[in-house]
Write a protein that binds this ligand. Structure first.
Ligand code: HEM
Length: 529
């Protein structure tokens, strides 16, 4: 072994010289020199990168492929959370990217001043329209474009417009209860198990299509993802979050002009969106009742009020964003609330008692106004959103021209991608307490000995640290609708049914990345007497 070590040391340069001499010179010019140059460039940029001072996985400092790989594990949210436990509030997760756990920076980074721009991470969530890559309200990184898209429709997501959608919600929710009773409760041999998690998903997709164009996709009726859209939407998410780590890849994949290698097209929702739009314009949309306006009608109205900003393509884009941003997210949130309530029987019992005591009419869905009067239900919903936010990846923004000084005193230069991850910040112990990894709705209630003023101040601080729906000018447009749906659905199902997990000892499965999608929430339900 020793003699080999000696031989290596003496002979290696000669062997190298010999090899170089025997190699054809084009090989040196076109392969060796470029590779060495790239390598050299990599090493120099790594050594001189101003972010080098920040801790993080060694490979992450070199390449975004580290991050891309982590998105494929399905454990991205936990990996980043563990990195924060190891390294503290600043973790370098890419050569130019910092994941921060400073809740006090939320107001700055997710501001309304238009300076903190979304990064190109969001760009692959786009389509080619008339030969041009076209972004929508979620994926555009330009504040001007964004404002043009948001202005005509923003008011339709306000509380008053959302509450006007209640008749749509009631019909879908009633049918959900009816299907569950017919197929899983009033069946020969007594109640049988159902994949409650999947059914909450069918409900969420049917509800968002109903409020968007007064027509249901039909997942509840079929009792399955019959056209594969839900699976395709999940595949599209996997593409989005993965390719978003190295945005240039999108040009070789989904936007490849020779052969597209992108996420599956969501043909069914797109077809229904266009069909409904055309029928509506021709006055032949039989599903539409003008007494119960929907988003499609609002978007058509937005073209009339803002003819300079809205065209037919924009209307279709708004419709599709509603469907894709508003279904999986609410399904995840609903699963989280129910799973944690069902896992913690004392919580389940307390919230059920609160709802039964409110004296709602059991033959109808609980009215939203009533559902919002239940403080313990509110605590359960908020706690579930905290411990299981639907989006669990860095909400990336570029540091603007002046750079930023972080709370630890260090300076981050302009152009660095920074942000907070809802999964991480919602577990921040300095805000939510040492037991922040535990589901405990009581934390959202006024504590014994806490006066009104102290409770108010605490809630203000917690609300400021809430990134479930993002914040600032790019905050979730659909948050009022999402909360409306959550309160109504939870109150109604708990009011009408007794629900338990089929196997209370079994954990659900979570596939986490941009979204934290859960599987295996199997339940047994009974109609309450
Ligand atoms: C519990 C349910 C939901 C959650 C947790 C959620 C979460 C989020 C988050 C975190 C963002 C910000 C992303 C970022 O800054 O990078 C966002 C943006 C957005 N969400 Fe939601 N969302 C939910 C429901 C909905 C619904 C129901 C709709 C539509 C009806 C919707 C439409 C949108 C849109 C259009 C944006 C982009 C807003 C903009 O950039 O101006 N979301 N959502």
């Amino acid at each position: 072994m020793d003699s080999h070590a000696g031989l290596d040391g003496v002979l290696q340069p000669q062997v190298l010289k010999l090899t170089l001499r025997t190699l054809p010179s084009p090989f040196i010019s076109f392969v060796v020199i470029p590779i060495l140059s790239i390598l050299g460039w990599y090493i120099i940029s790594w050594a001189t990168n101003p972010l080098k001072k920040y801790p993080g996985p060694f490979l992450a400092g070199f390449t975004n492929w580290w991050r891309l790989y982590q998105t494929r594990t399905g454990r991205y949210h936990e990996i980043v959370y563990d990195l924060h436990k190891k390294y503290g509030p600043i973790v370098r997760i890419g050569p130019n990217t910092l994941d921060l756990d400073y809740p006090e920076l939320i107001k700055t980074i997710y501001s309304t001043d238009g300076k903190w721009l979304k990064t190109e991470f969001y760009h692959n969530n786009s389509a080619i329209v008339n030969g041009k890559i076209t972004y929508h309200i979620f994926s555009t990184t330009s504040p001007t474009e964004h404002a043009k898209m948001k202005r005509p429709v923003a008011k339709y997501y306000s509380t008053s417009y959302v509450q006007a959608l209640e008749p749509h919600v009631d019909v879908v929710l009633n049918d959900f209860c009816k299907y569950v009773e017919e197929r899983f409760i009033n069946v020969p041999g007594g109640p049988k198990e159902l994949d409650f998690g999947e059914w909450l998903g069918y409900h969420a997709w049917d509800l968002i299509s109903s409020v968007t164009f007064s027509r249901r996709f039909g997942y509840m009726e079929h009792g399955s993802d019959f056209d594969g859209t839900i699976e395709k939407a999940e595949a599209a998410l996997r593409y989005f979050q993965t390719v978003g780590q190295i945005p240039i890849l999108d040009y070789f994949l989904d936007k490849n002009p020779i052969k597209r290698v992108g996420p599956p097209n969501l043909v069914h929702p797109a077809r229904i969106a266009v069909q409904s739009f055309v029928a509506r314009l021709q006055g032949k949309d039989e599903n539409y009742d003008p007494k119960n306006p929907d988003y499609l009608q609002h978007f058509i109205d937005s073209k009339e009020s803002h003819p300079d900003l809205v065209d037919d393509n924009q209307i279709i884009s708004d419709v599709l964003v509603n469907l894709l941003a508003g279904a999986d997210t609410t399904a995840i949130a609903l699963r989280a609330v129910f799973y944690y309530m069902l896992k913690n029987r004392s919580v389940y019992n307390r919230v059920s008692e609160e709802i039964q005591a409110a004296g709602f009419d059991r033959s109808k869905p609980v009215p939203y106004s009533g559902a919002r009067q239940l403080p313990y239900l509110e605590a359960c919903v908020r706690e579930a959103l905290r411990i299981h936010p639907a989006a669990a990846m860095l909400l990336e923004r570029y540091v603007p021209a002046d750079g930023i000084t972080l709370p630890d005193g260090s300076f981050v230069p302009a152009g660095t991608a920074v942000g907070l991850n809802p999964w991480v910040v919602s577990r921040n112990k300095s805000i939510f307490g040492e037991d922040s990894d535990t589901f405990r709705p009581e934390r959202w209630l006024q504590q014994p000995g806490e006066d009104d003023e102290a409770f108010h101040v605490r809630m203000q601080k917690w609300n400021a640290a809430d990134l479930t729906f993002g914040n600032g000018s790019r905050i979730c447009t659909g948050r009022n609708f999402a909360m409306f749906e959550l309160y109504k659905v939870c109150a109604t199902l708990l009011h009408r049914f007794e629900i338990e997990l089929a196997d209370p000892t079994k954990e659900w499965k979570v596939w986490g990345s941009w979204f934290t999608i859960q599987k295996d929430v199997i339940a047994k339900m009974k109609v309450r007497g």
